[in-house]
Ligand binder design. Sequence first.
Ligand code: 26V
Length: 811
Amino acid sequence: MTLTIEQFKEEFSQTFEGLYAFDLAQSSPIQQYTALGNFLKVYSSDNWNNTNQEYLDKQVKQVYYFSMEFLPGRMLKSNLLNLGILDTVRSGLKEMGLDFEEIVQAEVDPALGNGGLGRLASCFMDSIASLGIPGNGNGIRYRYGLFQQKFVDGYQVELPENWLRNGNVWEVRKENKAVLIRFGGQVSLVKGAAGNLKPVYTQTQNILAVPYDTGMIGYQNEVVNNLRLWSAEIPPEEEIHYHTIAEREQVNQITEVLYPDDSNYEGQVLRLRQEYFFTSAGIQSIVRYYKQSGLAWQHFPDKIAVHINDTHPALCIPELMRILLDEENLSWEQAWEITKKTMSYTNHTILQEAMEKWPVQMVQDLLPRIYQIIEEINHRHIEKKLLSYTPELTYRTAIIADGYVKMANLAIIGSHSINGVAQLHTEILMQDTLKDFYQMYPAKFNNKTNGITQRRWLHLANEGLTKLIDEKIGTAWKTSPSELKLFKAFVNDPATLDRLAEIKLANKKTLAAYIKQEFHMKLDPTALFDVQIKRLHAYKRQLLNALHILDRYLQIKDDPEAVIQPRVFIFGAKAAPSYVYAKQIIKLINAIADLVNHDPVVGDKLKVVFVENYGVSLAELIIPAAEVSEQISLAGKEASGTSNMKLMLNGALTVATLDGANVEIRDFVGEENMFLFGLNDQEVYAFYENGSYHSREIYENNPRLHRILDTLIDGTIPNIETEGRVIFDSLVYYNDEYFVLKDFDSYVAAQEKVDQLYQDVGSWNQKSLLNIASSGPFSADFTIKRYAEEIWKTSFFTPGAYQKIHLTEPI
Ligand code: 26V
């Protein structure tokens, strides 16, 4: 089906009239966007319907990706690209006198995730559809997304993110597919007719889970998969039981807002409600779907794979057990076999403070039947393992211990696969964090290094670079990402290198124009653009970056005449509202920006920009303009990172510790094409072990660092009395938990090399080109292929005429 420009104009006008019944010329960009979204929904509806129908008819195995977060970014352009009508629609709108970019900007960017984990889920949804894998997303339709960030006097202030203000064109409400979720009350087991025990519930609170479905459109392959997000409502037949506003509010609250903390576990009952709400809804709807097939229960794992994205959906395990036992009357042994074969789990963090564990009492009160089942899983696990392992080791793997239900332990015991998200991360899980489990179940453990979708992060975000690559190596890389390596052939071609530099400059100018307009700051686009974009967390060490900026500032002040490579330091980061230290770092960086940016001695040599409200859309603007990518977490702390991959793909050179997927970046591009520094994970562990790190000694013995640190407390940086003191103390007197001072010298040395290389424009561009050409292996298409083949055992099924993606292993 090809759409001509004329057809598009005709059909789009009709859609608009049908919706608004007035002249298009008088409409707002939001209305134009809404009409275009509706047009696309209709345009892709046959494919959506056919995909569903074929999955059903052919009874193919389907995967359900359960994730508490999805961070899709704006969907208009990527849907147009994937439908293969981006150029047609762009031209059509132009002929109609409409501004395409303005329409694109009118879409809200749904911030239904915190960061890496949610964005990964959305990259995966794109790849799953693009590879023609029968797959579904399952999550929560939060009424409010991640807070909007504003800076007031340099402090982060959080505002509600009402992303549904203008409606959501992409979703379809399906109240006919709603399911009931039971909370609280009492449960007792009584003997049923067949002699088996049946639970009887009393005084439960019943809540309706209503699904909203969004089509996940594959890349030009006629596949449209489904993302199902659940919303909590009062069941119509139970309206009568909800008398007070408070009672009604309690229901709405469940899907009201995304928890904005991505690194700190808090045992809040509302979060547990959210977790059970969407897992129970998802599992119930899967079971209902499966029952249509008429197949016996033992075939369930041949038709269904459930993936648990971090521990947040781990209640999938007892919930499937509950349904199989209580509603379908399977024996424990049968139900357990089916459940284990169905479930797989990805771990996304090694930070102890982020490990979910729920107080036993809370689980018992909120989910009495689920708690019984978890208890039984735990009991059987311990009993069985005591036969082969020491009591110490066995009890360390208990799901219920010290008054808590440990979600990672549940996820591991109840799944057939557990994976980390980069080689080093998986290694650390096996050797350290989860070593007891690794000993018990070595075969369950595997690595799946994260990936990103080149279609959004290069093709759509960086049209200039895309055009150049297309000209040089053709367009096959969009469906065969390993082909990007063909671009290496141009590493000695001056014309290509010049073009690369022109494109980067153009992207820097676009970003500079945005920053001028939004933040009233003038940037020199010929300065080096250095970027650190990620959640604000002490382990990610934005502070190390800040200390380096202060170092430069002091140098310029000491010797204003010295020649120095001008640099713009760009930060984008939200801090969890309750994470006081992270917010203090934001304040510090904003204060440094204030000081540096207004100092006439400094001029254009040094600028610091902290963009407000960093998210997917801003990433799309910043990444193509970046020249240096800051990946400077303390080794052993960052599970993978994915902005590192996006920045590399867009030609930035990476300054990095050997942490997370930086290790694979080094393997692919070679360490001569990046700037490595700092301790490695083994060295960090050695310091932990022998307690031989004393940050105060560094402060006392390193005059350069001493002077920098003093600026935090001596008034050099105005308006940070409290923050400066807290940060100084954490680094000097509380022994610098993340080794910022320890890594400082080697970081600065790496940064000096950056400056030197930047003077050699030719070499810089060569390395930039090599980074782009070496980033093919980070395609999420590869990652998903491995998940599908090695974990889910789903086939690459294409309902449409053809499958476009060709995956030859990159190396
Ligand atoms: C964690 C927690 C833990 C406490 C409860 C609330 C909550 C909410 C969200 C999260 C997500 C944190 C995990 C996460 O985002 N990890 C990141 O995952 C990326 C994708 O695998 C990876 O690239 C990053 O390195 C990792 O930090």
